[in-house]
Design a protein around this ligand. Structure first.
Ligand code: DGT
Length: 198
């Protein structure tokens, strides 16, 4: 049985590769923006929002390749007031996101859905609690000067495995979930399907 990662995310690819998972990566080719617009309009909770997007990606590729297992993922950042942050569209918006998160806790949800023959067969959503330390404007500017080119692809404007670690005083949850997928539950399921040895 082949596994396809329906994602263009380098962090997700790197995690599966590092874990020794045999897979192919394929861009999901979904119109995330319009999907996000309708999901926001539906007022979905962050957990359900991420799950719906992960399922959309998994099903899109599974319908193209019904004989494979297809893993779709999505990560969202939810502030305490319920605001969902998407990837920043500019350095200025990235600074705004960091100021919104400064000195507060937010949650990062990462959802995984596995599809087979055009149907979801497994799903898992995990979240990590992210405690951002108070960030000065000078720090934010210096951080973005150094990190914007990389962090622009990351919801929350951070790579936890990189200089993003400097933003936090505490993290409760899985490092893998922060990077972009609930890896250990995914590995558990792959063992049940013979993709990995038990
Ligand atoms: N390497 C890394 N990536 C992170 C971190 N936090 C968030 N991200 C990335 C993971 C995802 O690539 C991105 C969240 O956006 P999405 O879930 O929509 O995925 P993306 O559009 O990147 O790829 P995909 O939709 O799966 O093709 O943010 C982190 O700490 N490290």
């Amino acid at each position: 049985m082949r596994l396809i990662l329906a994602s263009g995310s380098s962090g997700r690819r790197a995690m599966l590769e590092a874990a020794g998972v045999p897979f192919e990566a394929m861009a999901p080719g979904v119109d995330e923006e319009s999907a996000k617009a309708s999901l926001r309009a539906a007022g979905l909770a962050p957990r359900d929002f991420a799950d719906a997007l992960a399922e959309l990606k998994a099903l899109k590729v599974s319908n193209r390749d019904p004989g494979a297992l297809v893993l779709g993922c999505d990560s969202v950042v939810a502030l305490e007031d319920g605001t969902l942050l998407d990837k920043a569209e500019s350095k200025a918006q990235a600074a705004e996101h960091l100021r919104l998160m400064s000195g507060k806790r937010h949650h990062l949800y990462s959802a995984a859905v596995i599809a087979e023959a055009g149907e979801p067969v497994w799903r898992f959503v995990d979240r990590a609690a992210m405690y951002v330390r108070p960030l000065s404007d000078a720090f934010i500017d210096a951080y973005l000067d150094r990190e914007w080119d990389q962090a622009r692809w990351c919801v929350g404007v951070y790579r936890i495995e990189g200089p993003g670690a400097q933003l936090f005083s505490r993290i409760d949850g899985s490092h893998f979930t922060v990077i972009g997928l609930p890896l250990l539950p995914v590995l558990d399921y792959l063992r049940t399907r013979g993709i990995l040895a038990s």
